[in-house]
Design a binder for this molecule. Structure first.
Ligand SMILES: Nc1ncnc2c1ncn2[C@@H]1O[C@H](COP(=O)(O)OP(=O)(O)O)[C@@H](O)[C@H]1O
Ligand SMILES: [Mg+2]
Length: 273
């Protein structure tokens, strides 16, 4: 399928990935035959109802879980374990409560620096940490401890920390799921700016279709029981994107298509039940 002249291979490639968990009631197929790509620089959202396997995909790509079958590659290296080429952000920030914002963001650097890094490189990384703290809007809170911050601010710090080692791929699992609607919208705007300015490739999990349409270049729609990919929808809304674009007719059209596809799954499941 590579056009003449040749394009870069996808940054992330999943092929026929299956994951079966043992359970008391027998094996549970969390993922069945999952195949999709994420191109370099692309923002891809995974959407689907709870239990369709979104988090399992992210955990596999993070290298924290092994597939039962199938394979996954990042930049053409097979994913066999975790690594600094992937940054992770979860719904609940996992900041260290005893460290300040700056110390939390720099934490990954400290670990790497201990492996006798070049001091010039360490300094450059510290400057990058400071730049990211600014970019996520926490400049005035760099010395604050996590429990002095709001939920949104803590997630900003978690995002800065995930980006500090320049991961090739940022993995985000419902990172704004616990925030109120207004904060959530501000975070979406910040992430749009940040992913654009940093040129980050993102694989983002959400069950909020509106959020997916706002953020994504492409939406991978999943159904449950077993978790599978049913379709991929290109979001051809121009960038830069703004939260106000949620009111555009083109936005509503794509949102409608995704919702139809998700509801088709519910009907199927009801008829199976
Ligand atoms: N560690 C595990 N052990 C057993 N079953 C699991 C485990 N993790 C996930 N599952 C099951 O796999 C399915 C997919 O879960 P998950 O990936 O968390 O879905 P989502 O993130 O889309 O809500 C669910 O049926 C869930 O119960
Ligand atoms: Mg989940």
């Amino acid at each position: 399928m590579t056009p003449a002249g040749g394009e870069a291979p996808p940054l992330l490639r999943l092929r026929s990935v299956t994951k079966v968990f043992p359970s008391e009631r027998g094996p549970v197929t969390a993922l069945s035959d999952i195949s999709f790509d994420v191109e370099e620089g692309e923002f891809v959202c995974l959407v689907g109802t709870s239990g369709c396997g979104k988090s399992t995909i992210l955990t596999l790509v993070a290298g924290l879980l092994e597939a039962s079958d199938g394979r996954a590659w990042l930049a053409e290296s097979e994913i066999l374990g975790p690594g600094p080429d992937r940054g992770l952000v979860f719904q609940r920030d996992n900041l260290f409560p005893w460290l300040t914002v700056t110390e939390n963001v720099r934490f990954g650097l400290t670990l790497s620096a201990n492996r006798s890094r070049d001091p010039a490189e360490v300094k450059a990384l510290q400057e990058r940490a400071d730049g990211l703290i600014k970019a996520v809007g926490l400049d005035a809170f760099r010395d604050a401890l996590p429990d002095q911050l709001s939920g949104g601010m803590r997630q900003r710090a978690a995002i800065a920390r995930a980006l500090v080692l320049r991961p090739r791929l940022l993995l985000m699992d419902e990172p704004f799921g616990a925030l109120d609607a207004q904060t959530r919208e501000r975070m979406q705007a910040m992430l749009l700016d940040l992913s654009q300015s940093q040129g980050t490739t993102v694989l983002f999990v959400t069950h909020d279709v509106e959020e997916a349409v706002l953020l994504a270049d492409r939406i991978v729609v999943m159904h449950a029981h077993p978790g599978r990919v049913v379709d991929q929808i290109i979001v051809d809304i121009p960038r830069p994107r703004h939260v106000r674009m949620k009111l555009d007719p083109a936005f509503a059209r794509i949102r409608g298509r995704v919702l139809d596809m998700l509801h088709a799954s519910e009907t199927e499941e009801e008829s199976v039940a």
